[in-house]
Design a binder for this molecule. Structure first.
Ligand SMILES: N[C@@H](CCC[C@H](N)C(=O)O)C(=O)O
Length: 266
């Protein structure tokens, strides 16, 4: 039997496995089976915590569709709670410094990237105001915060058909690595509402990297100066960034329960 913890950040939920304590060969098919909400344990992302040569721990992230990805903001805030102390985390997106705060964590998420080939896009394009649009949606921005994001600023978030537009844009050939799709509405000074269609997971209650990418895009477009409060369906995150600097994300992290599973079943 293997052990796991169920955790979440603003309702974006994770199965977290301590791979330092148990050997587990994670494949795309196995990650998808564990994440399955009907036949598996169920989660938006599967997180493997391991040993790292240059950090306190390593973190591997698998989307619910089994794809391994570079970054997950909400899961990163869960790591200090899981490990029991502040941690330097080795991820595919780089080294992330995560510190506990009351009820959650504050993480330096690194510097955003804006070059078209760093997003990545299929061909050169201005990433602040992209020369592309989908139906009634205005020209978006694109930001890579370890993983790829496209951001639409809309007047009425409640009028957007997320279930139709999310997968359409996620799989558009303009994004060769697929993309996380962010729909944002400015609702006040330094305050955004945000809904995210996540690559490989669909609509989630919250997306930490989506909040980072959207706040950065809003500051680049001079819509606000920050720190930015991002209100997601699952609750609020505070994102701080100044041009040329790294992104700080602060928000809740929750441990739900510990469980046991037979990994050979999956
Ligand atoms: N929920 C996450 C992002 C998880 C990865 C993403 N779906 C991707 O494919 O890049 C977050 O909180 O950032």
């Amino acid at each position: 039997m293997g052990r796991f913890s169920k955790m979440h950040g603003l309702g974006n939920d994770f199965v977290v496995i301590d791979a330092r304590a148990q050997a587990i060969d994670m494949t795309e098919a196995r990650a998808r089976a564990i994440a399955d909400r009907h036949a598996g344990i169920g989660c938006d992302q599967l997180i493997l915590i391991g040993n790292a040569a240059d950090a306190d721990v390593s973190m591997q992230i698998f989307n619910a569709d089994g794809s391994e990805v570079e970054a997950c903001g909400n899961a990163t805030r869960c790591v200090p709670l899981f490990v029991g102390r502040d941690v330097l985390i080795r991820t595919k997106a780089g080294l992330l410094d995560a510190k506990s705060v009351d009820g959650g964590a504050s993480v330096d998420m690194g510097a955003p990237r804006f070059d078209w080939d760093a997003i990545p896009l299929a061909y050169p394009m201005d990433t602040l105001t992209m020369g592309a649009s989908w139906e009634e949606l205005p020209a978006p921005a694109a930001v890579n915060v370890g993983n790829p994001h496209v951001i639409f600023f809309v007047d009425d978030l409640d009028g957007v058909n997320f279930d139709r537009l999310g997968p359409l844009i996620e799989h558009d050939p303009l994004f060769p690595a697929r993309v996380n799709v962010n729909f944002a509405q400015v609702v006040g000074d330094d305050h955004l509402r945000l809904v995210v269609w996540e690559r490989g997971a669909g609509l989630t209650r919250a997306c930490g990297t989506g909040a980072c990418a959207t706040a950065v895009a809003a500051i680049r477009r001079k819509l606000m100066t920050g720190p930015v409060t991002v209100s997601l369906p699952g609750g609020d995150l505070v994102i701080d960034w100044a041009p040329g600097g790294t992104i700080r994300m602060t928000g809740p992290a929750t441990h739900v329960f510990d469980g046991e599973a037979d990994w050979d079943r999956f």
